[in-house]
Design a protein around this ligand. Structure first.
Ligand code: PLP
Length: 455
C-alpha cells in the first residue's frame, strides 16, 4: 500500500513548559491600547475589573519572551496534547503536488477546536485569584463550549451569553455547553441592563456578538468574584495558543523538515498567531525567510482590505481602543458558515506584524473554502470546521504553485477544528445552495469613513 498519513507526536516530557510572547522580540512593538474615556494609554490596572489580573499583565507584557505554563494547566493539556502533526500524503497525492504538506491537528481536543488551549489557562488564572464565576459570549458556540469545559475542570461557574439567532438555530453547541454544566442565556436577555434596553426597543432582536459581549461584561462587573473571558483577538489569548507552534516546531524536527510557509485561518488571530509566532521568532532573530499567511474570508477582509487604525473591539464601543487592521466596529459581515471568522478587526500583534511586512494575508471565498474542505475530507478523513477550510484553501493555492515550478516547498497549516457539528453547512454546499459573499468597495469605504470620529 502507498504511504498515506504519517503522524508525529511528542512525549509528555517534550510538551512545552512555556508559552512564547512574541511582543518581547518584535522590532516595532504594538502601539498601546487607549482608554476611550481619558484618551490615555491603558494601564494594566484599568483591566483588573474585567479580566483575571495575571491575564491583564500578560496582555500588556512586552518584556518577557517566555512565560511559564502553570503545572495545573499543563496537566490539563496532557489530556489531549501533544496534538498530532500530520504529513498529508493523501492531500499531496490528490493535488499531484511536489510540495510537502503538513497540518497540526487541533481538532482532537475534547471540544473539537484549538480554543481549549486558552480557555484552560484563563479558567486557571481566575481560580488561582479566588474568582468563582466566569462569563463570556459566544456566537456559533466554539468558544462557549471550550470555556464551559475549562470552567468545570477548574471548579468555576460559567455563564455564557449566546447570540439569540445561534441559540435557536444551532442547538447542539448550546447543549454541549449545558452538558458541561454552563448556564447558557440567549442574548439579548432581560438579565442585564444592556439586554433590557435592546429588548424594550426591539422585542424581536435576534442579537449579535456585540450585544452578547456587552451583556457578558456587564454581568462580570456586577457580580462579586466574577470575571469576563474572551476567546480570540487579545494578546494573552494568542500567547496561550503558541503551544500549537511550539509543539509543531519540535514535531517538524522529528520529521526532519522546517516549514517554508506557515498558514492559519484568521478570525481575530489566535490560532494563526499560535502556529506562526514560534516559527516567526527565527525570522526575527536568525533571519530565516519562512512566509506566514493568514487566510481570511472574502466576506470579512480586514487584513487584505481594511485600514490600520485605532478602533473599538466591539460593536457597542465598550472595549479599549485598539490599534489594528479593521473594517470598522460597526461592520456587519455576511452570514457565512465560518462564524468564527466573522469579526471586524485583527489582534494588535498581528496588525503590527502585517504593517511591518512580517506576514501576508489572503482572502478566500466561501465556495472555494468548502471545495478545499471537501477535497481534504476525502484525502485525509477529517471533516474540517468551516473556519479551518480557509487555511486548507490557502495551503492548496500554495501547493498548486509548486506544481508549476516543481519546487518541493514545505507547507504547514493549522487545522483549527473539526466540522462535525457544522454539517448543516456542508449540507448546503452539497445541495448547491451555498453562495459567495464578497464585500463591495463601497461597503468597506462607508464603514471606514465612519471610523475617523473615534480618535
Ligand atoms: C474561533 C475559531 C477560529 C477563529 O479564531 P482565531 O482567534 O482567529 O483563531 C478558527 N477556527 C475555529 C475552529 C474556531 O473555533
Amino acid at each position: 500500500m502507498e504511504k498515506h498519513q504519517k503522524r508525529y507526536f511528542l512525549t509528555e516530557e517534550e510538551i512545552p513548559t512555556q508559552w512564547y510572547n512574541i511582543q518581547a522580540d518584535m522590532v516595532n512593538k504594538p502601539l498601546p491600547p487607549i482608554n476611550p474615556a481619558t484618551k490615555q494609554p491603558l494601564k494594566v490596572e484599568d483591566l483588573y475589573p474585567v479580566f483575571a489580573e495575571e491575564l491583564c499583565r500578560q496582555e500588556l507584557d512586552q518584556e518577557h519572551a517566555w512565560i511559564d505554563i502553570p503545572e495545573e494547566v499543563r496537566d490539563m493539556y496532557k489530556y489531549y496534547r501533544s496534538t498530532p502533526l500530520v504529513r498529508a500524503y493523501g492531500l499531496e497525492k490528490a493535488l499531484g503536488t511536489p510540495a510537502h504538506i503538513y497540518f497540526k491537528n487541533e481538532s482532537v481536543s475534547p471540544v473539537g477546536s484549538h480554543k481549549l488551549n486558552s480557555a484552560l489557562a484563563q479558567a486557571y488564572y481566575c481560580k488561582q485569584q479566588g474568582i468563582t464565576n466566569v462569563t463570556t459570549e459566544t456566537g456559533a458556540g466554539q468558544w462557549g463550549a471550550a470555556l464551559s469545559y475549562a470552567a468545570k475542570a477548574f471548579g468555576l461557574e460559567a455563564a455564557v451569553y449566546q447570540v439569540k439567532i445561534s441559540y435557536n438555530q444551532k442547538p447542539y453547541r448550546r447543549s454541549i455547553m449545558q452538558t458541561y454544566g454552563a448556564q447558557v442565556t440567549a442574548s439579548p436577555s432581560m438579565s442585564t441592563r444592556a439586554g433590557k434596553d435592546i429588548l424594550t426597543r426591539d422585542p424581536n432582536n435576534q442579537g449579535s456578538l456585540g450585544t452578547a459581549i456587552s451583556e457578558a461584561i456587564e454581568l462580570a462587573l456586577n457580580t462579586p468574584n466574577c470575571r469576563y473571558t474572551l476567546g480570540s483577538v487579545l494578546s494573552h489569548v494568542t500567547l496561550h495558543q503558541t503551544i500549537i507552534g511550539l509543539e509543531a516546531e519540535k514535531q517538524m524536527q522529528k520529521a526532519g523538515e522546517y516549514p517554508d510557509i506557515v498558514i492559519g485561518c484568521f478570525g481575530g488571530g489566535s490560532n494563526f498567531g499560535g502556529i506562526s509566532f514560534p516559527f516567526m521568532r527565527h525570522n526575527i532573530k536568525e533571519g530565516r525567510t519562512t512566509r506566514f499567511i493568514a487566510a481570511e474570508p472574502a466576506s470579512c477582509p480586514k487584513l487584505t482590505r481594511g485600514v490600520f487604525q485605532y478602533d473599538f473591539g466591539d460593536v457597542a464601543g465598550y472595549t479599549p481602543l485598539l490599534p489594528m487592521y479593521t473594517l470598522g466596529h460597526n461592520f456587519m459581515p455576511a452570514n457565512i458558515h465560518a462564524g468564527g471568522l466573522r469579526y471586524h478587526g485583527a489582534g494588535v500583534i498581528v496588525s503590527q506584524l502585517l504593517k511591518d511586512g512580517m506576514m501576508e494575508a489572503v482572502d478566500i471565498r466561501q465556495l472555494e473554502s468548502f471545495e478545499a474542505g471537501m477535497l481534504f475530507s476525502r484525502a485525509e478523513g477529517i471533516i474540517p470546521a468551516p473556519e479551518s477550510c480557509h487555511a486548507i484553501a490557502a495551503a492548496i493555492q500554495e501547493a498548486k504553485k509548486c506544481i508549476a515550478t516543481g519546487e518541493e516547498k514545505v507547507i504547514l497549516f493549522n487545522l483549527s477544528g473539526h466540522g462535525l457539528i457544522d454539517m448543516a453547512a456542508y449540507d448546503q454546499y452539497l445541495s448547491g445552495s451555498l453562495q459567495d459573499y464578497v464585500v463591495t468597495d463601497e461597503d468597506v469605504q462607508r464603514n471606514i469613513s465612519q471610523l475617523e470620529k473615534v480618535l
